[in-house]
Design a protein around this ligand. Structure first.
Ligand code: 9MG
Length: 292
């Protein structure tokens, strides 16, 4: 995280800098046949591109393109299949001037996406796959390091923590240290507690309640809660009927200091975050100078 005369930003590839003084939106673009919440609607590249451009016009600062589903129980895909799904989309969006993140754990996809103009690597495995850290370090892309206990196929079987917030903080700081030792500048690093990745409902709620501690680690923080199954548990709603819950979680996260919110429903989230930002700024103005 960097402060440019009070302005926080993430240093991304391709010369992009992302200001995060106010919370910004990452729009989700799954180009997979089996994604959990949009059911593979965007596998067709033209449709995917239209949807991505719409999310950008609605206020997404960043588009996250994923070619391998990470939903609980999802099966792995080969690097060739993943490349075929994501590269044309990344290239076309980046050529159009959009800031693009690539959701991958594979070193070959990271390198190819960087060549195609991506700005960020979003890795749910926090660059722990063999060769991933070196691949990310060989690019100038920002890296989002996410916490996950276990692997997508089995992670929800019996997740266990003694103190979920402390363990997630410790893991993320450890991965950030590994990145910095590999030559990735701190301004390129984003941390993510990984809601729903090897976590029960109680773990997710504890993490949300303790989000300020993760923000206090001193890095830019991204959260992804949009349409996740904790909302099924809390509201009983089906996956495409979770807008109110998703917005509430986005607002709570932004109030706790999260900088980047990963969502499906960009326009509604943008409106909610505009209200949050105005409120936070009014609160800051009304604080006595010694508390600021
Ligand atoms: C790919 N993906 C699905 N959920 C996610 C989350 O919560 N965070 C990040 N960084 N990526 C995610």
């Amino acid at each position: 995280m960097q402060s440019k005369s009070e302005e926080l930003y993430v240093q991304c590839g391709g010369g992009h800098t992302l200001p995060v003084t106010r919370p910004i939106i990452m729009g989700i673009l799954n180009v997979t046949p089996d994604s959990f919440s949009d059911g593979g609607r965007f596998v067709d590249a033209e449709y995917a591109l239209r949807h991505a451009r719409m999310m950008a016009s609605e206020g997404a600062a960043l588009i996250d393109v994923g070619g391998e589903s990470t939903r609980p129980g999802a099966m792995a895909v080969s690097a060739d299949d993943e490349l075929a799904r994501v590269l044309p989309v990344v290239r076309s969006l980046a050529d159009g001037g959009l800031c693009v993140s690539v959701d991958t754990s594979k070193p070959e996809v990271m390198r190819a996406a960087a060549d195609a103009g991506a700005a960020m690597i979003n890795d749910v495995r926090a660059l722990r796959e063999p060769g991933a850290l070196a691949a990310a370090a060989s690019t100038d892309l920002a890296v989002c390091l996410m916490h996950m206990q276990g692997e997508p196929r089995t992670m929800q079987v019996a997740p266990r923590y003694d103190d979920v917030v402390s363990e997630v903080c410790e893991f993320l700081l450890d991965r950030a240290r590994a990145c910095e030792e590999a030559g990735i500048d701190r301004r390129r690093i984003v941390l993510d507690p990984g809601f729903g990745f090897g976590k029960s409902l109680e773990h997710n709620l504890s993490l949300l309640a303790g989000l300020e501690r993760i923000v206090a680690c001193g890095y830019v923080v991204l959260v992804g809660l949009s349409r996740k199954s904790m909302l099924q548990a809390l509201t009983g709603r089906a996956v495409d009927d979770r807008l109110a819950g998703s917005i509430t979680l986005a607002v709570m996260s932004a109030l706790s200091g999260a900088h980047i919110i990963r969502v499906h429903d960009v326009a509604a989230t943008r409106d909610a975050l505009a209200v949050v930002s105005a409120l936070k700024e009014a609160q800051a103005r009304s604080k006595p100078p010694q508390e600021q």
